[in-house]
Ligand binder design. Structure first.
Ligand SMILES: NC(=O)c1ccc[n+]([C@@H]2O[C@H](COP(=O)([O-])OP(=O)(O)OC[C@H]3O[C@@H](n4cnc5c(N)ncnc54)[C@H](OP(=O)(O)O)[C@@H]3O)[C@@H](O)[C@H]2O)c1
Length: 398
């Protein structure tokens, strides 16, 4: 019986995980649940699961009286304590955004198995996360479907045997749109994802393809292969989740219906494929074919190339890219900048950063805060397509 802490229990991945755990009461017991603001939903979950304690990221308003009478903790420090709590063996980090970094480091530092959905942790704090993993002796299992696919294909083989990783992308709701139409995109349009039902931040990231850039950085960190050997291809039906080509020319792919329950099951049950009859029906070559692939339209979705370039440049760039992108998404959802202006906010922000190596979590927090400050003020000027690459000192040196 594994005791599970579900961080971000009120979100899309958190709900998917609880759905999986509900079907496996003999395997898992939920001991910790967290939410940020959604106290009523957290209260309802606590009543159902009766965990050892719950954490709310922000203090509830005066007069809030929960129905669940157990232990309530409040604030970001409590969230990190929850990630390292001796009352959980396995931590699912399903938080959204940079707020996930502290809990990721805390869980790995305490030697937990970490099922990681929060890709922003790896983008902003990659080297620190790997250090916490090796020093804490924990285990890191990706929940992002593409990375779960790679992890399953690798089956423990070393990075040296990998020739190439190909991550698939659905292409988002604007995959086929002519560039001219994007100026009129409203948040409601961008929130309509063709294949995945997800939280709002990742849904917008999928529409801009910033999500795929974050995933390239995530793959580089997790699997330790150079950027030039990580490809991205658009696959509109999201059946093939990724492909790993080995150095002898053999390629393995992982396939399945687009449901987050499959990678969640893998991360929770690893190394076993758990018996779960209620998950989506498996791949059916007739029903699910033909499997189609097309290149990424990098000229139409400039945040993809900008994000990958930020990862390649390293140092402060990925931290700043992640922070600027989070702020740009918030501003877009608040109606302050248009869809086509998102990349302008991010590219403007990146101009103030360098490839200087990052030494500590304090460094990461400082860079994150500075990038957010710039991105909040950056004018949402339409990005010129010709500026769709991050100019880096490495490129200048070459
Ligand atoms: N959704 C998917 O299918 C999917 C697929 C692959 C990867 N991912 C990744 O998984 C992560 C979660 O995505 P999601 O779609 O599940 O997000 P979501 O639906 O927005 O849920 C986010 C969860 O985190 C909590 N939260 C938000 N801001 C927080 C903060 N500052 N501090 C602490 N907790 C906070 C939320 O609490 P409240 O409800 O109280 O706000 C909620 O429980 C993201 O990194 C995403 O990229 C998601």
């Amino acid at each position: 019986m594994k005791r599970v802490a579900v961080l971000g229990a009120t979100g899309s991945v958190g709900a998917g995980a609880l759905e999986v755990i509900r079907r496996h009461p003999d395997r898992f017991r939920v001991t910790v649940l967290t939410a940020h603001r959604n106290r009523e939903a957290l209260d309802a979950l606590a009543l159902e699961w009766d965990p050892e304690f719950v954490v709310l990221g922000t203090p509830p308003p005066h007069g809030f009286t929960p129905r669940w009478s157990g232990e309530w903790r409040v604030g970001p420090d409590a969230l990190e304590d929850a990630a390292r709590s001796p009352r959980a063996d396995l931590v699912l980090n399903a938080l959204v955004g940079f707020a996930g970094l502290g809990p990721t480091l805390a869980a790995l530092g305490a030697g937990k198995r970490l099922a990681l959905a929060n890709k922003e942790s790896l983008v902003a704090g990659g080297a620190l996360v790997l250090r916490a993993l090796s020093e804490g002796g924990g285990e890191l299992l990706p929940v992002d479907s593409e990375h779960s696919a790679v992890h399953q294909c690798l089956a423990g083989r070393p990075a040296a045997e990998i020739a190439r990783i190909t991550l698939t992308a659905s292409g988002g709701p604007f995959r086929t749109w002519p560039a001219e139409r994007l100026a009129a995109v409203r948040p409601a349009d961008a929130l309509r994802h063709p294949t995945w039902a997800m939280g709002s931040k990742i849904t917008i990231d999928s529409a801009t393809l910033a999500n795929k850039a974050l995933e390239v950085i995530e793959a580089q960190t997790l699997f330790g292969i150079p950027y030039e050997r990580i490809d991205v291809v658009v696959h509109p039906t999201s059946i093939v989740h990724s492909v790993v080509e080995f150095r002898d020319g053999s390629s393995l792919a992982q396939l399945g219906r687009p449901s987050m329950e499959i990678p969640i099951l893998w991360a929770l049950g690893y190394p076993e494929h758990l018996d779960d009859a209620r998950v989506e029906p498996g791949f059916d070559p007739i029903r699910d074919g033909p499997l189609e692939f097309e290149p990424v339209r990098e000229d139409v979705f400039p945040l993809f190339r900008a994000g990958v370039a930020a990862g390649e440049a390293g140092g402060e760039f990925p931290v700043a890219f992640n922070a600027a992108n989070e702020v740009a998404v918030e501003r877009f959802l608040a109606g302050q900048v248009g869809f086509e202006e998102l990349s302008g906010v991010v590219l403007r922000t990146l101009e103030g950063f360098s490839s200087r190596a990052i030494e500590s979590v304090e460094d990461v927090r400082r860079i994150d805060a500075r990038a957010r400050g710039i991105a909040r003020e950056a004018p949402g000027a339409r990005s010129r397509r010709s500026r769709n690459r991050v100019s880096t000192s490495r490129e200048t040196n070459e």
